[in-house]
Design a protein around this ligand. Structure first.
Ligand SMILES: Nc1ncnc2c1ncn2[C@@H]1O[C@H](COP(=O)(O)OP(=O)(O)OP(=O)(O)O)[C@@H](O)[C@H]1O
Ligand SMILES: CC(=O)N[C@H]1[C@@H]2OC[C@@H](O2)[C@@H](O)[C@@H]1O[C@H](C)C(=O)O
Length: 397
């Protein structure tokens, strides 16, 4: 009789540990840097308890951003560039993990697993590609084998494909983390993440998972960032300095809001493939607002984010009292948060820090949690959402 090889033996040992130490990695659509969350987990599913032990975002250098931008959300790309980046990003993320561990003075052998999102380079649900015979599709690069070999740590990666295989759109995976870590009986909650794209999870007070809703809403920071890069040569509108100098153009705003995506069935997902500067330029042409001041454009795009979130919540979430908890870089955008608070004057709006979930770390924690589930969880049934365990295993040796 043959026995398990050393990889599978190690996998069994890790899966059976009562406390697991895992690193969650998220490299989002904003391309600002790699979020690294070192967490410990006990239990799984609704019995999960976790601690965030360390967190850091290691910013990407401009040359790396330029390399990724060449293939990011573009229909036509250099295939060699993608092939090279797939290996490069895996290896580079491994190197950044080692740097973080060294900074934290933690020996890599103490880490049971890495759970890596990778870098989304194209997100193509059916509504975007509209090609008969093809399913929802998404592509994250930064191969897990390279991370595992670089760090010597068991790596779980490429979480989104199983979700699609089981009938989903590959996103938002926040659903699973939010239900496991964010629900509170007796309280209607919205966990709103304003990253490149804005998404939310509605968690009803009665805990009825059939009523849980998790979906993308529309643009978060992606259009603001893209316009800041193009017209102001800065990566983003720090502290809304530009938006606050401008004036919202209501005609352009109405035109931006006039897209069938906002009336699509739920849950739905999107990305910078749809909400790009091309989208903004077309809206400017349609509304004859091409000549507005650049500051007015940034104000209008910031308000576009606000109004699409407000419209969505008012249209889809009917609850007597509601608490909204915000995460993602958009939680730091004063223009966006101030206008959200104005629109929901009777609602508590705080960041997820008040729930014990660091708003910058939330998505990296999500992937660590999904890694923990891949090791020792069971598929979780939440309404009609795919009930599958996600992630692929890569071994160092
Ligand atoms: N001080 C600030 N003022 C204004 N905006 C800010 C500030 N800090 C961060 N942001 C915004 O947050 C963005 C980064 O957000 P985040 O890290 O959540 O994105 P991401 O993880 O790439 O997104 P996604 O969830 O779409 O993958 C920045 O590009 C910027 O737009
Ligand atoms: C395909 C993809 O990378 N989608 C991201 C993106 O960034 C925000 C939003 O769009 C969300 O749907 C998703 O990420 C988070 C982590 C999610 O799946 O919940």
């Amino acid at each position: 009789m043959s026995s398990l090889n050393q990889n599978l033996q190690k996998l069994f040992t890790i899966a059976q540990k009562p406390v697991k130490v895992g690193i969650g990695l998220m490299s989002g659509t904003s391309l600002d840097g790699l979020d690294i969350a070192l967490c410990s987990f006990t239990g799984n599913g609704l019995q999960t308890s976790f601690k965030l032990l360390q967190f850091i975002t290691i910013p990407y250098g401009q040359s790396f951003k330029n390399e990724v931008q060449q293939v990011f959300a573009r229909k036509t790309v250099d295939l060699e560039q993608i092939t090279l980046l797939n290996a490069f990003i895996g290896d580079y993320h491994g190197e950044l993990v080692l740097q973080a561990l060294e900074m934290w003075k933690i020996n890599p052998v103490l880490v049971d697993f890495i759970a890596s999102h990778g870098q989304t380079i194209y997100h193509a649900p059916k509504r975007l590609h509209q090609r008969p015979g093809y399913s929802n599709a998404t592509l994250q690069i930064g191969d897990g084998d390279h991370l595992a070999v670089k760090t010597g740590i068991l790596t779980i990666s490429d979480f989104r494909q199983k979700h699609i295989a089981a009938g989903g759109e590959g996103a938002p995976l926040a659903l699973y983390g939010d239900v496991l870590l964010g629900s509170k009986p007796g309280e209607n909650r919205i966990l709103l993440n304003i990253g490149g794209i804005a998404n939310l999870t509605y968690l009803p007070a009665d805990g009825d998972t059939a009523k849980v809703l998790c979906t993308d809403i529309g643009p978060g920071n992606t259009l603001i960032d893209a316009a800041c890069r193009k017209y102001f040569n800065v990566a983003y509108d720090q502290d809304s300095a530009i938006a606050n100098k401008g004036k919202v153009n209501d005609v352009l705003l109405a035109t931006l809001l006039d897209h069938p995506f906002f009336n699509e069935e739920l849950p739905k997902t999107t990305g910078p493939e749809l909400f790009s500067l091309t989208y903004v330029e077309q809206a400017q042409a349609r509304s004859e607002t091409e000549n507005i001041r650049n500051e007015d454009l940034i104000s209008t795009l910031s308000m576009f984010t606000v109004v699409s979130i407000v419209n969505f919540i008012k249209q889809h979430i009917v609850a007597d009292s509601l608490n909204i908890f915000v995460s993602g870089g958009g939680a730091r955008n004063p223009f966006v948060i101030t206008h959200l608070k104005k629109a929901f004057a009777d609602t508590t709006i705080a960041d997820t820090g008040s729930l014990g979930i660091d708003p910058d770390a939330k998505e990296a924690i999500l992937f660590a949690l999904l890694g923990n589930e891949a090791l020792c969880g069971e598929p979780i049934v939440i309404g009609n959402n795919p009930a599958v365990l996600m992630g692929k295993f890569s071994f160092p040796l």
